[in-house]
Design a binder for this molecule. Structure first.
Ligand SMILES: [Zn+2]
Length: 386
């Protein structure tokens, strides 16, 4: 039977070690993996390190470090657990792993930079427990959601389910822009509101519902019409926009502001029995003008108020928007960037279509000039710089 000392010596012959000073030179370029326990990590850690305790490594690390060819610096308190962890990572297929000799204790003794990670409160642990069970989300992902800021355009059919689910998931700041009042005809689908709120401002009703459900979140309300002269100041500071607007001029305005600022838009629309969702992330994919260079003529594009919409349908589309928003915020899976999801409620089918970046797009194409925000008429053409 080998002694623990012999096991460690054997493990060390199979791994590469670096000193804390050498590791510190890799801050910002390599991933740091902390294999200590959660309570050790909470008292101080290397900035940006991912926590996966040694005992959970085999089962959870792939959810946290998806790229197996990325350089990983593993550390623990003294360099023993990390030596075994580095060997395990090699067995799991990670190709460029080093263990930090002397561990966090030596890192600290050498006066290298540390941070005290924020931790969830007891109430938050309970509330978000089902998120914490997912290694792809975990405490780190929940913190990211709590730090995230999402702006919802509209507190209506799409905005209602999207806001409810984003609030429930713990997205820390929700902005809601809407200038309508709650009307009895809204209640067929706009589940943020209720009978007592008829006649109230929609943003106030939305805020009451959301904060009653989750006190962790801040709700900022904008009881205004989104226009060229206020859109940039409203969207500034938000990580993402969930677009539930129902008119073309606003969609083009939002698109052009998104291309200008780089803020991604989760777009949703509904019509009678059909809905569509896609994600416009102008840094990596097509924009709304790539998909729809110009709006259909007004007589062919009636609004919900004119054409009707089946209840529940906005609940499905708005919920998918909330899900896509969370995926973008947490870098999870494949968001609908460059893909349009079309839902037909009568057939009960989902189809996805590719949406390509248009090289000739007037907003994001190769020849696109400087974007000038303007209030659009029905034609929604981009305005040239004067
Ligand atoms: Zn475009």
């Amino acid at each position: 039977m080998p002694t623990p000392r012999e096991l460690l010596a054997a493990a060390k012959t199979q791994i590469v070690e670096v000193t804390p000073t050498e590791a510190a030179a890799e801050l910002g370029s390599s991933r740091f993996l902390d294999v200590r326990e959660g309570d050790e990590h909470a008292q101080g850690a290397i900035p940006g390190a991912v926590l996966v305790p040694r005992g959970q490594l085999e089962f959870n690390v792939e959810g946290r470090l998806a790229n197996k060819d990325e350089r990983v610096v593993v550390y623990c308190a003294g360099g023993v657990r990390s030596a075994f962890a580095a060997r395990t990572l090699g067995e799991l297929g990670y190709t460029d792993v080093v263990s930090m000799a002397g561990g966090f204790n030596r890192w600290k003794d050498e006066g290298l930079v540390i941070e005290t990670p924020r931790t969830l409160s007891g109430d938050q642990r309970e509330r978000y427990h089902r998120h914490l069970l997912l290694p792809e989300v975990g405490e780190h992902g929940q913190q990211r959601l709590l730090d995230a800021k999402v702006l919802l355009l509209g507190a209506g059919g799409l905005g209602s389910p999207a806001a409810l689910y984003l609030a429930a998931a713990g997205v820390g700041t929700l902005g809601i822009i809407d200038m309508d009042v709650v009307d009895a005809s809204n209640l067929q689908r706009q589940v943020l509101h209720n009978l007592d709120r008829i006649g109230d401002r929609k943003v106030d009703s939305a805020k009451k519902t959301l904060t009653a459900m989750n006190p962790d979140i801040e709700v900022a309300t904008y009881d205004v019409r989104l226009a060229a002269d206020n859109i940039l100041s409203i969207i500034e500071g938000y990580d993402l926009i969930v677009d539930g607007t129902d008119n073309f001029p606003t969609r083009y305005l939002v698109n052009d502001a998104s291309v200008l600022t780089g803020i991604p838009v989760v777009h949703g629309s509904i019509f009678r029995f059909e809905g569509q969702v896609t994600v416009f992330d102008p840094k990596v994919g097509p924009c709304y003008r790539c998909l729809l260079p110009e709006p259909p003529p007004a007589e062919l594009a009636p609004s919900c108020a004119e054409a009707g919409v089946l209840g529940v349908l906005p609940g499905i589309i708005g919920s998918i928007q909330a899900l896509e928003a969370i995926k973008v915020l947490l870098d999870l899976g494949d968001p609908l960037v460059g893909r349009l999801l079309a839902y037909d409620a009568l057939e009960e089918t989902f189809r996805t279509f590719k949406v390509r970046k248009d090289p000739a797009c007037p907003a994001c194409g190769e020849q696109a000039g400087e974007i000038v925000l303007a209030d659009y008429d029905e034609l929604c053409m981009p305005h040239p710089r004067a």
